[in-house]
Design a protein around this ligand. Structure first.
Ligand code: BTN
Length: 264
């Protein structure tokens, strides 16, 4: 217990996982870590070839976000989970794995009753008011040798004063009570399920849950450049296809700023 919040119960995570069909039972639970992704990457060479393992922690001191950002994980208030998976387990293109991880995490939030959506590529968003989205979670996928480390952060119990920006929210702030142990088990189980998806399977699932496709967006890319257009679709590679005034452009990475919804 720290600041009134209990530590994760490893036995409860395993017992929740045993209620799912998941066979991914190698889970390390820590009180504190710099970054679960960094730790997972450093442990890949010590694990038996072709195996899956997960690391989670009550608190991260140097959590990493996409695009060199930080991720804030105060003790006991959220999920900080990294799952290391051999790339050969997936049936999609490797570059699409971040989007599949988004589908998996979004399924878990929907199962809790959240009206959650995916902002390309994999920000976990909640509709607060009509068309106002706030971020409740994020995903950082890193490749190391023949593995991907899928890092998922979700704000579970954070109060307003603990949120890093005003564009962030937590499950508690939208009145969803969630057990962190159950959510971790559900994330691992859903990740295992999405490994089986081919491009034909995952693209419609992604589009159904996307807050980006079909909307007019500006994408902030590296080197401070931005590009605006209609987000037409996601490609099998996971890239976003933007219809701009200069023609179709495939976006590999960047930050989507939603401009307006063009569909009712
Ligand atoms: C983002 O939205 O920018 C991605 C955030 C990813 C945060 C998670 S928390 C668990 C894992 N460990 C990290 O250091 N980062 C990811």
């Amino acid at each position: 217990m720290k600041r009134g919040r209990p530590a994760l119960d490893p036995a409860l995570i395993l017992s929740e996982l045993s209620k799912t069909s998941s066979k991914w039972l190698d889970i390390t639970v820590l009180e504190q870590v710099d970054s679960t992704n960094d730790l997972a990457i450093s442990q890949i060479s010590n694990t038996s070839h072709g195996s899956v393992f997960a690391i989670t922690a009550d608190e991260q001191l140097k959590g990493r976000g996409r695009l060199q950002r930080e991720w804030h994980s105060p003790f006991g208030a959220g999920i900080a989970l990294s799952v290391s998976i051999p790339t050969e387990f997936f049936r999609c293109e490797i570059s699409a794995i971040p989007l599949l991880a988004g589908i998996a995490a979004n399924n878990c939030l929907k199962n809790l009753g959240a009206n959650s959506k995916l902002k390309w590529p994999n920000d976990l968003m909640i509709e607060i008011k009509s068309a106002e989205l706030k971020k409740v979670g994020g995903i950082l996928v890193q490749r190391q040798d023949e593995y991907v480390v899928i890092g998922i952060g979700i704000n579970v119990d954070l109060g307003e004063d603990e949120l890093p920006t005003e564009n962030a929210t937590s499950l508690r702030l939208i009145d969803i009570q969630a057990s962190r142990e159950t959510l971790i088990a559900s994330l691992i189980s859903e990740l295992e399920k999405v490994t089986a998806l081919t491009a034909k399977d995952w693209t419609p699932l992604y589009i159904k849950d996307s807050s980006t496709i079909g909307t007019q967006v500006t994408v902030a890319r590296k080197a401070e450049s931005t590009i605006t257009g209609l987000a037409r679709k996601v490609l099998e590679s996971g890239e976003l296809l933007l219809d701009t005034e200069d023609g179709l452009v495939e976006i590999t990475s960047g930050d989507v700023i939603q401009v307006r919804t063009t569909q009712p």
